[in-house]
Design a protein around this ligand. Structure first.
Ligand code: 2PG
Ligand code: MG
Length: 416
């Protein structure tokens, strides 16, 4: 039982220098929780609605003053003094208060900031680590997720040099998080050295800290990734494998996938992805097709299942209704879970439950705009994600999560 004393929020900046929210929640016994929020760039159209000020004179319309005010005023008035028996009870109250389809009235950002700050306040009240609080919300048994770490970026996270968004590395056999990060650091350095030789200059990195070279094609990205792994002294397939976020919705236009100078239809795109996974050590394909191409997804899953994870991000938007449809249509077998796509911890926990009941893999994911807050690491551990996707190992908003995972590995003695 937690009586809320007050909630409030302010506008702060994320890793892209864009506004986001920092919320505070104080309980009547003085327990306190605080959380800040991430924000996506390659968003799915079924995501809950992030409220922005739309004042062109401030942050190009992206200000969050209205969302902050909604927390400090309307939400505070509605819940301050209230007793909430559980996270579910608070979240239900927030969703009902908003009353709109996509949380557009108060803002998904306003709602999520309160949902998360309340979870932290409850953890403080109980004197437990945040991951334990999250595990108790979902009824899961904590464990360390394996990180998918961004090596090369393209699409909306870079300058669009290559259409596909992320090529990531995973260590399938590593025993510890600290071993994983040490090897990935070697691979990242080796990739950087190769690019310096190839292009004769230091290249810019993308939103999540991944290398963003002007590769000629998607295929070149995979070839280079394999060479970087080898040059670092590791064996592709055995030591290090690849996962890919194709983010295909963002290069699907006028009925075709515009990839590497070609126009592919859905069947052509499925063939292309199948070719990649045969030729390279790829173990997971995220958003291989457009978010509305449901029939294509069933074909893709039929073709790839048993070989790689068929992972839905824009397709599913952490939305229980879309996950149910994907299970029924056998359109995917893995969920990319981002709580700000749905806006409350309870609904995200429902998404997790559905995915697990269908035998799916689950990847807990950051957004391309992040803050230095590390709650995602605790969430991925508490909800026992198979994987966590946080971006590269070069920027502090990403490292906050990796470093928290290291802390949990060492002090809470959690393992993969
Ligand atoms: C994705 C995410 C994270 P964004 O597509 O998986 O990489 O990107 O936060 O921009 O949606
Ligand atoms: Mg994605």
């Amino acid at each position: 039982m937690s009586r809320i004393k007050s909630v409030s929020a302010i506008e702060i900046l994320d890793s892209r220098g864009r506004p986001t929210l920092l919320a505070n929640c104080e309980l009547s016994d003085g327990s306190f929780g605080r959380a800040s929020l991430p924000s996506g760039a390659s968003t799915g159209s079924a995501e809950a609605h992030e409220l922005r000020d739309r004042d062109p004179a401030r942050y190009a319309g992206l200000g969050c003053l209205k969302a902050a005010e909604n927390v400090s005023q309307e939400i505070n008035r509605a819940i301050a003094g209230g007793v909430f028996a559980s996270q579910q009870a608070l979240d239900r109250c927030l969703v009902d208060l908003d009353g709109s389809d996509k949380k557009s009235r108060l803002g998904a950002n306003a709602i999520l900031s309160v949902s998360l700050a309340f979870a932290r306040a409850q953890a403080a009240q109980r004197g437990v680590a945040l991951y334990r609080q999250f595990a108790d919300i979902a009824g899961t048994v904590p464990r360390l997720p394996r990180p998918m770490i961004n090596l090369y970026s393209g699409g909306l996270h870079a300058g669009g040099q290559v259409a596909i968004q992320d090529v990531q590395v995973v260590l399938p056999g590593a025993i510890t998080m600290s071993e994983t990060l040490a090897v990935v650091s070697d691979v990242f350095r080796s990739a950087g050295t190769r690019l310096l030789k190839k292009y004769g200059m230091r290249l810019l990195t993308a939103d999540e800290g991944g290398l963003a070279p002007p590769f000629a094609s998607s295929r070149e990205m995979f070839v280079e990734a394999v060479r970087a792994i080898e040059a670092a002294g590791y064996a592709p397939s055995d030591d290090v494998v690849l996962t890919v976020d194709v983010a295909a919705s963002h290069f699907y236009k006028d009925g075709a996938y515009h990839l590497d100078g070609e126009r592919l239809d859905s069947a052509g795109m499925v063939d292309r992805i199948d070719e990649w996974r045969r030729d390279f050590p790829i173990v997971s394909i995220e958003d291989g097709l457009d978010e509305a191409d449901w029939a294509g997804w069933s074909t893709l899953h039929q073709r790839l299942r048993g070989h790689v994870m068929v992972l839905g991000d824009d397709l599913l938007c952490t939305n229980p209704a879309r996950i149910r449809r994907a299970i029924a249509e056998k359109a995917a077998d893995s969920l990319l879970l981002k709580v700000n796509q749905i806006a409350t911890l309870s609904e995200a926990a429902e998404a997790l439950r559905l995915a697990r009941a269908a035998g799916w893999h689950v990847v807990l994911s950051a957004r391309s705009g992040e803050t230095e807050d590390d709650w995602l690491a605790d969430l991925a551990v508490g909800w026992a994600g198979d994987y966590i996707k946080v971006g590269s190992i070069t920027q502090s908003e990403r490292l906050a999560k990796y470093n928290r995972l290291l802390e949990l590995e060492h002090y809470a003695r959690l393992t993969f």
